[in-house]
Design a protein around this ligand. Structure first.
Ligand SMILES: [Zn+2]
Length: 264
């Protein structure tokens, strides 16, 4: 099989062709060296989670989407948002542009990246409107804002990955106490059977288990065995560790979920 790898931060992508589609990069492994919340950056009580709470994730998404007017004004095709301890970054690729514009702002002590993003968006938005009023021309205002960014002579870091996930498997995995990474192993059917046997032992009504739970475990087993025979995937675009905006949908999406490991 064709096997080219592309390494991106802690992630490994494999180049391969999928049924009925063109050639894609697929995220095959992603080890996060330091588990921090992808929304606020905290490392406390994170365990294996990617966000410290659902509210935290939603808060950043809300703040990002609130300011999508700025991205529209900049004719944005793709944008990414990410942060480090001292800085926040908004990378913008306008339609038709050959290079990337990177807005870099320092973080404020005690504030979350979501709040610093809002401040940055206000500063840039106000400057856009001031220039627009001064010149009465949109494109000049847009140019004026883009000049504030660091111009990166590349577009590759903003071209999204195709993220491929097993379709509608989350519940079945939970009922069988399996992990998403198990789906990539060559002995998947064996693993499903043994996971089913374990859960069946616990929940079988003859052993004092709950009949309704047992039924769900059995349904999960059937669904997963079907999937092992004929794996189906859903796909979306994005990054494992950056928030991603697409101009065509005018929406921000969160970093990719726990990836599928394929048996390679
Ligand atoms: Zn958080």
């Amino acid at each position: 099989m064709l096997c080219l790898k592309r390494i991106y931060n802690d992630s490994i992508f494999e180049f391969r062709s999928m049924k009925k589609t063109d050639i894609k990069y697929i995220l095959i492994s992603h080890t996060r060296s330091n588990n921090h919340c992808l929304s606020c950056g905290t490392t406390e009580n994170m365990g294996r989670r990617k966000y410290c709470s659902i509210e935290c994730r939603q808060r950043l998404r809300y703040k990002l989407n609130m300011r999508s007017g700025l991205l529209k004004a900049l004719n944005t095709k793709f944008a990414t948002f990410y942060f480090t301890e001292p800085m926040i970054f908004l990378d913008v690729l306008p339609y038709g542009a050959m290079s990337l514009f990177s807005f870099i702002f320092p973080r404020t002590t005690g504030k979350k990246p979501a709040e610093d993003f809002s401040t940055m968006a206000n500063v840039l938005g106000n400057a856009w409107w001031a220039e627009r009023r001064r010149t009465n021309k949109r494109y000049i205002a847009t140019q004026h804002i883009l000049e504030r960014a660091k111009n990166k002579n590349t577009t590759s870091s903003i071209k999204p990955f195709e993220i491929v996930e097993p379709a509608r498997m989350a519940k079945s995995l939970t009922f069988l106490k399996l992990d998403r990474s198990d789906l990539g192993t060559p002995q998947l059917q064996k693993i499903i059977k043994s996971a089913y046997r374990q859960q069946a032992k616990r929940h079988h009504p003859d052993q004092g288990g709950d009949a309704a739970v047992f039924r769900k475990v059995y349904q999960a087993y059937e669904q997963m065995m079907d999937w092992a025979e004929n794996p189906t995937f859903t796909r979306r675009r994005g990054f494992p560790d950056k928030w991603f905006y697409e101009g065509s949908t005018n929406r921000w999406i969160q970093p990719a979920p726990i990836p599928l490991k394929t048996g390679v």
